[in-house]
Unconditional design. Structure first.
Length: 357
């Protein structure tokens, strides 16, 4: 992993100074410069050659979203969006992800000093992960969007002969983009799916609302007591609760308040571990993301006889989490995203094959 050479772009001098100071204290992160607007940022990028940007949404002249779009067309590079707007979970953050932002990070404007220090301490890890991420250029993103549209149309016309396996997935950085592509292949009567997505909760809610109008199947926010029945994807992102599975016919989801596991809440390791303990037949995968959450749990599932996968770290936006799952021995097969959905669905099919085409 190489160090992050970050350019901080924000129209507020106070914010530039604050985030520069905080990032300079982070391990393997160096602030190489700052810029107040898009014009200054263009010059600084050419002169200083950063390998990651933090970019404010609200800037005079060209907005951060407009500059992000220009940047991804002309000179794709990792970008972490920084703005109070990301706290509202509006279309702004989803637009940033669509354009290629690695992460949308909320400025903790109303936090206590302790909360502020903790929240911004996470920013250094995010920026470092972003600097080592795989960013797709505009052409690749357009091709992925075209493929996604075709997948949804094919999935809408497909039927599924379910063998009883429950799908379990986890993702963090890059996860909104990856899960959107993965879900596009799910037919209306897809296997039930439980998903842990560690991202800004309000942004996840907006993502769920958008996907609900696009997918062939049903997608909802995970709720306590929900039954895992065919045709529905349950997504958990509430940082106050873990998502676990309770044995039954059908199995049920529970939301529980416990300390973080492997640094995460909700924790994929806890979700996978409870599925293994409950004897729930499953097909599971760790997708793009930071850290090691999910690695130990996926190994438990594999040992319990589940089909286990990871997104190929070389093709994931952030390869840390899938790489950790592979290193822990929990992965039977690592696949690029465009092959992963079909492989998972095949493990949930009576025939052992799934092709929506």
């Amino acid at each position: 992993m190489h160090e992050a050479r970050v350019l901080v772009v924000d129209d507020s001098a106070a914010m530039r100074a604050l985030f520069s100071d905080l990032l300079d204290q982070a391990r393997d992160v160096v602030v190489v410069g700052t810029a107040a607007n898009a014009d200054e940022a263009r010059k600084q990028i050419a002169d200083l050659r950063p390998n990651v940007l933090t970019l404010d949404v609200e800037m005079p002249g060209m907005s951060g979203i407009e500059f992000l779009e220009e940047l991804m067309e002309a000179r794709p590079m990792p970008v972490v969006m920084l703005s109070s707007l990301t706290q509202s979970g509006t279309e702004t953050s989803l637009k940033a992800y669509e354009l290629g932002a690695v992460e949308c990070f909320p400025k903790p404007l109303k936090a206590t000093p302790e909360q502020f220090a903790k929240t911004v301490g996470q920013l250094g890890k995010i920026v470092l992960a972003a600097a080592n991420s795989n960013v797709r250029d505009a052409g690749a993103r357009k091709r992925a969007a075209t493929h996604k549209t075709a997948q949804v149309a094919a999935a809408a016309a497909a039927s599924f002969d379910w063998n009883g396996n429950v799908i379990a997935l986890s993702a963090s950085m890059g996860g909104i983009d990856a899960l959107g592509e993965l879900f596009a292949a799910f037919p209306a009567d897809c296997p039930p799916a439980a998903v842990v997505l560690n991202a800004e909760p309000m942004v996840v809610n907006a993502f769920i609302a958008r996907m609900a109008g696009q997918l062939a199947c049903t997608i909802v926010a995970a709720s306590d007591g929900a039954a895992l029945t065919q045709g529905t994807i349950h997504v958990a992102a509430d940082p106050a609760h873990h998502l676990v599975v309770e044995a039954g016919h059908p199995p049920r989801l529970r939301l529980v308040g416990r300390d973080p596991v492997d640094g995460a809440r909700p924790s994929a390791t806890l979700l996978y571990g409870t599925m293994a303990r409950a004897g729930v037949s499953a097909a599971a995968a760790v997708l793009t993301g930071m850290g090691e959450d999910g690695a130990r749990g996926l190994k438990l599932l594999r040992d319990a006889g589940a089909a286990t996968f990871a997104q190929d770290p070389a093709t994931a936006m952030v390869g840390q989490a899938p790489g950790a799952a592979i290193a822990a021995g929990g992965v039977q097969e690592a696949l690029p995203l465009d092959k992963l959905a079909i492989a998972i669905l095949a493990k949930c099919s009576v025939t052992g094959v799934y092709s929506p085409h």
